[in-house]
Design a protein around this ligand. Structure first.
Ligand code: NAG
Ligand code: NAG
Ligand code: NAG
Ligand code: NAG
Ligand code: NAG
Ligand code: NAG
Ligand code: NAG
Length: 248
C-alpha cells in the first residue's frame, strides 16, 4: 500500500510538546528551539481515514482533518495589563479631570469577558467601551472606563478581570486610585458659645486634602503662635482679644 506523509507545521512555544495523530496514535519526540517553526511528519497508509493533529495543552485538536483550524485551539487570555499603573498598583488622578482606566488582554479562545469592577461592583454604563486591535501574535481586547475623578473616588479600588469558560480563575489585576485634591478646611473654636475671661479655649483647624496637609500655623496679628493644628489658650484674658488666623 502506498504511504502518504501527513505533515503539520507548528511554531514551538514550549520547550517540549507532545503532538499525536488520531488514528495510529503514533508518538515521537521532536526537539527544536522555542519560536522556531518545525514540521511534524505522520507516515500513514493511504486510506481515506481522517487525520487530525492533536497538541498541547492536553492534546487538543489543532487540525480539522489535514487543515489547521485555529478555531479549535483553546487558548487562555494572557498578558492582562492596566495602563499607567505603578508597580505598587496605584493610578494617580487630579480632582475634576477626566481619568481613563484602560485594561488590555491578549484574547483567548473562546473569547473572554473583560470587565471593570469598582469596590467589587461591576461597572456597567455608557462610559465603558471595548475595542479590539491586533498585533503580530494575537488579537488584543481593550476595555476603557472614563469618568471625571472626584475626592470621593480617592482610595477606591478598581479591578479588571478576564474570564472565559476555560479560565479556572479569572485573570485579573487591581489598582487603587489616588486622587489629588485641594484642602477643604474646617475651623472651630471650643467652647463655641460665649467665651468668658479666664476660661480655657481651643482653636482647631482641620484640613482634608490629598496629599495630606503636613503643616498648620496659627497666627495672631501676623505673629506666629504655633505650628500646630490645635492651638489651646489657657486662662484667656482680654489682652488676648484679636484676630486669629491659621495657614496651611
Ligand atoms: C479515497 O477517496 C478518493 C476520492 O474521494 C477515491 O477516488 C478513492 O477510491 C478512495 N480510496 C480508498 C482506498 O477508499
Ligand atoms: C497614561 O499617562 C500618559 C502620561 O501621563 C497620558 O498621556 C495617557 O493619556 C495615559 N493613558 C491613559 C489610558 O490614561
Ligand atoms: C475593594 O473594595 C471592596 C469594597 O470596599 C472590598 O470589599 C475589597 O476587599 C477591596 N479589594 C481589594 C483588592 O482591596
Ligand atoms: C512582533 O513584532 C515585534 C515588533 O513589532 C517584534 O519585536 C516581535 O519579535 C514580533 N513577534 C513575533 C512572534 O513575530
Ligand atoms: C460618563 O462620563 C461623563 C463625562 O466624563 C460624565 O459626566 C458622566 O458622569 C459619566 N457617567 C457615568 C455613569 O460615569
Ligand atoms: C486642647 O484642648 C482640647 C479641648 O479642650 C483638648 O482636647 C486637647 O487635648 C488640648 N490639646 C493640647 C495640646 O493641650
Ligand atoms: C513655625 O514654622 C516656621 C517655618 O518653618 C518657623 O520659622 C517658626 O519658627 C515656627 N514657629 C514655631 C512657633 O514653632
Amino acid at each position: 500500500m502506498p504511504v502518504i506523509i501527513f505533515t503539520f507545521s507548528v511554531i514551538v512555544s514550549a520547550g517540549y510538546a507532545q503532538f499525536v495523530t488520531k488514528g495510529n496514535n503514533q508518538k515521537d519526540q521532536v526537539y527544536c528551539r522555542i519560536g522556531e517553526e518545525t514540521i511534524l511528519y505522520c507516515p500513514r497508509s493511504a486510506d481515506n481515514s481522517s487525520v487530525t493533529w492533536l497538541g498541547p495543552p492536553n492534546l487538543i485538536p489543532y487540525t480539522d482533518g489535514k487543515e489547521i483550524n485555529n478555531d479549535l485551539r483553546k487558548r487562555l487570555p494572557t498578558d492582562l495589563t492596566i495602563t499607567n499603573m505603578t508597580n505598587t498598583h496605584y493610578i494617580f488622578s487630579i480632582e475634576h479631570t477626566e481619568l481613563i482606566l484602560s485594561c488590555s488582554v491578549r484574547r483567548g479562545n473562546p473569547v473572554e469577558t473583560l470587565q471593570w469592577t469598582r469596590n467589587g461592583i461591576h461597572i456597567q454604563n455608557q462610559n465603558v467601551s471595548l475595542s479590539i486591535s491586533k498585533d503580530n501574535i494575537s488579537e488584543i481586547a481593550t476595555l476603557q472606563y472614563s469618568f471625571v475623578s472626584s475626592r470621593e473616588d480617592n482610595k477606591d479600588n478598581f479591578t479588571c478581570s478576564a474570564e472565559s469558560s476555560i479560565t479556572e480563575e479569572p485573570l485579573s489585576k487591581t489598582v487603587y486610585l489616588n486622587v489629588y485634591y485641594t484642602p477643604t478646611v474646617i475651623a472651630a473654636v471650643y467652647p463655641s458659645n460665649e467665651i468668658r475671661e479666664s476660661s480655657d479655649i481651643s482653636l482647631q483647624c482641620n484640613a482634608d486634602a490629598n496629599p495630606e496637609v503636613k503643616k498648620y500655623t496659627w497666627q495672631k496679628h501676623g505673629r506666629v503662635l504655633a505650628n500646630v493644628s490645635v492651638y489651646n489658650v489657657t486662662k484667656i484674658d482680654r489682652s488676648q482679644t484679636g484676630e486669629y488666623m491659621f495657614w496651611i
